[in-house]
Design a protein around this ligand. Structure first.
Ligand code: SAM
Length: 203
């Protein structure tokens, strides 16, 4: 039997009850800084897996990216939809990230914030393989990665060992920056890192 947090109901209950301690109230400043450094070029796309209530989607669209976002909690997707301005280039899907049809090698960017730490470490190999297969060659997986204990999650912290090895088998590390504690919700303060990984050109 799959663990409770692998099912949409686990997250759905928390969104409905307003128990969402992982949420940052707005666009994370680290993402704002990234978008200032990386405005979209023509045709650039971003995928946001486990987008939750979608705080970041309008910011990506305003920076020129065509956005695809996926979450399997219907309440989260409704909240995300309500945040997106009319006419913005944002496609939202209420679906399982691992099985929904997405464009293979289709995305210039994939954005991470508290999605992979929602997954049991037993799924790290599957999630890194799926992410790498969805990136265009030279596309980047960027965002806020949680480092902490990997037991008793969610959140499950990436441990810098096994997770790092899985990633390095498919993606090149480009950048790691600390995130000031004030820029994270209390649950993650001092434990989020802005990271950027690239799919090699020849992959
Ligand atoms: C900790 S929340 C993070 C939400 C959002 N990224 C944020 O920063 O507020 C994890 C999210 O991942 C979603 N999720 C977990 N497993 C998923 C899966 N297999 N497919 C799609 N969404 C999933 C949950 O519904 C939840 O919204």
């Amino acid at each position: 039997m799959s663990p409770m947090h692998a099912e949409p109901e686990f997250w759905e209950e928390r969104y409905r009850a307003g128990q969402t301690p992982w949420e940052f109230p707005g666009v994370p400043p680290a993402l704002t800084r990234f978008l200032a450094r990386n405005p979209a070029r023509l045709g650039d796309t971003v995928l946001v897996p486990g987008c939750g209530s979608g705080q970041e989607l309008a910011a990506f669209a305003a920076a020129g990216y065509a956005v695809t976002a996926v979450d399997f909690s219907a309440t989260a997707v409704d909240r995300a939809r309500a945040r997106v301005p009319a006419g913005a280039a944002v496609a939202l899907h209420c679906a399982d990230f691992f099985t929904c049809p997405l464009a293979a090698a289709g995305y210039r960017l994939i954005y991470e914030r508290t999605f992979v730490c929602a997954l049991d470490p037993a799924r790290w190999a599957a999630v890194t393989a799926r992410i790498a297969s969805l990136l265009r060659p030279e596309g980047r997986w960027v965002g806020l990665f949680y480092e902490g204990p990997k037991e008793d999650g969610p959140p499950f912290g990436w441990d810098g060992g096994e997770a790092e090895e899985l990633l390095r088998a498919r993606l090149e590390p480009l950048l790691t920056l600390p995130v000031p504690p004030a820029e994270s919700p209390a649950l993650f303060a001092g434990r989020e890192w802005w990271r950027e990984w690239r799919r090699p050109a020849e992959a």
